[in-house]
Design a binder for this molecule. Structure first.
Ligand SMILES: Nc1nc2c(ncn2[C@@H]2O[C@H](COP(=O)(O)OP(=O)(O)OP(=O)(O)O)[C@@H](O)[C@H]2O)c(=O)[nH]1
Ligand SMILES: [Mg+2]
Ligand SMILES: [Zn+2]
Length: 311
């Protein structure tokens, strides 16, 4: 039987949609045998070998090796992740932002931070928020300010070209709205945020890769929080990028920047050269990892992430 090459673009209730990389046709497919077991099942983002059993239906025979693999959002093989935050409704959540950044760094995925709903800030708030944004830029992150209501997209389109990207972030921040703005023909369902809860209503319910510009973008369901997916304390110190860069000036090798004497990172926090909220979030994360240590040790949820020993 002829083997075809495809990309899994959608999975709903065990039914896959596979985009044929040669014919560009979309095939309805089911996985063969053991791949029906959830832990070895194909997921959105997988490159697969499949055989045709009808005009537009097929069987997935094999999953090609993943170059990265995320649990939340549940997707593989992405080139970059847009972490979408609203600056209001819901309020900018720096704790979640730092959590996203450290998790993506750990998985070797380039984050691009999007600050959406800029139209909701007054002038004073805009100035304050810009200060925070400048800090994240100064430590090396690409940032984009957007506003769906005022049609401000800035460079978002440019970044999407020829890449596989994911839009991730809390419910109600405007992920689907941004995609509709980029390509109105997508007509993705969006929803107002709940006034009572001050957050989104989980309008998007599944991960789906959409063809946008010359690349692919996954719209994903929003969520409240994410796990550290197999990380340990050392991984935090290595993936808070500016901490790691400066840690060679700490007195102790392997300094966790908590109570160690002559800690250069803490010195920079005291001099306001490292954003205080970053350091506070770091301490919270270290503490959280300590609490659930067993759980993290015993669950190698993310088998593909390589622990980077940079030092
Ligand atoms: N004022 C303002 N509202 C926005 C903006 N972007 C999106 N919204 C509104 O925010 C609400 C939520 O937008 P969605 O696009 O559904 O959010 P989402 O991130 O896809 O949410 P989930 O699918 O639940 O994860 C909608 O009512 C949008 O109209 C913006 O830039 N400014
Ligand atoms: Mg959505
Ligand atoms: Zn230190």
């Amino acid at each position: 039987m002829e083997i075809n090459k495809g990309l899994v673009i959608r999975l709903i209730a065990g039914e896959y949609k596979v985009y044929d990389l040669n014919t560009k046709q979309i095939i309805n497919a089911k996985p063969r045998g053991v791949m029906r077991i959830k832990s070895s099942a194909p997921k959105v983002g997988d490159y697969v070998d499949y055989t045709l059993i009808g005009e537009d239906s097929g069987i997935i025979e094999k999953i090609n090796e993943r170059h990265n693999d995320l649990i939340r959002p549940y997707i593989s093989n992405i080139d970059q992740a847009f972490v979408i935050f609203s600056v209001k409704e819901p309020d900018l959540n720096l704790n979640l932002l730092d959590k996203f950044l450290v998790t993506l760094e750990f998985n070797n995925i380039t984050p691009i931070i999007v600050f959406n709903k800029w139209d909701l800030l007054n002038e004073k708030e805009a100035i304050e928020t810009k200060k925070i944004i400048s800090y994240y830029e100064s430590i090396g992150y690409k940032t984009i300010i957007t506003s769906c209501n005022e049609l401000v997209l800035n460079d978002l389109k440019e970044y999407l070209k020829d890449k596989v990207s994911v839009f991730t972030g809390q419910s109600g921040v405007g992920k689907s709205s941004l995609l509709n703005l980029i390509d109105p023909s997508l007509s993705i369902e969006t929803n107002e945020i709940s006034v009572a809860l001050g957050r989104g209503k989980h309008t998007t319910r599944h991960v789906e890769l959409l063809q946008v510009e010359s690349g692919w973008v996954a719209d994903t369901p929003g969520f409240g929080t994410i796990d550290f997916e197999g990380m340990e304390k050392i991984d935090l110190t290595q993936n808070f990028v500016e901490f790691f860069k400066n840690s060679s000036n700490c007195k102790y090798n392997g300094c966790l920047h908590i109570n160690e004497p002559s800690c250069y990172v803490k010195e920079l926090v005291n001099k306001n050269e490292i954003l205080k909220s970053r350091y506070d979030n770091y301490l919270t994360f270290i503490n959280d990892l300590g609490k659930d240590k067993k759980e993290y040790d015993s669950s190698p949820i993310n088998s593909n992430s390589k622990r980077r020993r940079k030092k």
